[in-house]
Design a protein around this ligand. Structure first.
Ligand code: ADE
Length: 224
């Protein structure tokens, strides 16, 4: 998969996408991430990408032309499955969306800007709008990193068996069961004996029970 991320602050995305599983996916050649600085498409010698809002009001708005030029250049080079825009009023991101996006070949993510983007971008250039939750970030970069991380780890071949996505929270609308490692007793705090019984079926049943119980208590909304 290839993800092209367009931002006025691409530096913000370098480190989050250069560690752990996303880095492994990139090193294996299963995920290509290309960061584009919108200012490279800005107007004039100041590389201007934003301007005052028509009708007044505080805050600058990202202009349509630099975004159009950047997206058009990318679209000339390959076909994109989706052109995603990150915004707090988008569809709330979920594991289901991550699963679907992980099957795509080429994605563009345009990072939103704190005071907004000319509405014509959303009307004419964007195919999908994603929010990562009901709170406002100062820009869409961290949202783009979240989406790229959640999607990238699901690309076939990225995870090995022991970190398989199938046991993740939310993959079956249940949160994950608790896990333990050595020592079996610390400070008088014990590991549930069933996990050390070596009895695979009983362990699997216990984990499923715990998932159900935790989901009921912590996330009853998932069970509706
Ligand atoms: N930009 C600002 N807030 C955001 C959010 N919650 N999700 C996605 N993009 C955003």
């Amino acid at each position: 998969m290839r993800i092209d991320i367009i931002s006025v602050l691409p530096e913000l995305l370098v480190s989050p996408l250069d560690h752990s599983i996303v880095k492994r996916a990139r090193d294996k050649g299963l995920l290509e991430i290309h960061l584009h600085d919108l200012k490279d498409y800005g107007k004039g010698k100041h590389r201007q990408v934003d301007d005052y809002s028509y009708g007044g009001g505080a805050g600058m708005v990202l202009m349509v032309e630099p975004i159009f030029n950047c997206i058009e250049k990318l679209k000339m080079e390959r076909e994109y499955d989706e052109v995603i825009f990150t915004a707090p009023d988008g569809h709330v991101f979920s594991q289901g969306m991550a699963n679907r996006l992980s099957l795509c070949k080429n994605l563009i993510i345009l990072c939103g800007h704190y005071k907004g983007v000319d509405e014509r971008v959303r009307e004419h250039l964007i195919t999908m709008e994603i929010s990562i939750g009901d709170y406002v970030l100062s820009g869409g970069e961290l949202a783009a990193a979240v989406i790229t991380d959640a999607v990238g780890r699901l690309i076939p071949g990225v995870l090995n068996d022991e970190s398989s996505a199938l046991t993740d929270s939310f993959q079956d609308n249940l949160v994950a069961p608790p896990v333990f490692t050595r020592p079996s007793e610390f400070n008088g705090w014990e590991v549930p004996p069933v996990l050390m019984s070596g009895h695979e079926k009983r362990i699997e049943d216990w984990r499923f029970e715990k998932s159900l119980e935790r989901t009921r208590i912590r996330r009853p909304d998932l069970m509706e």
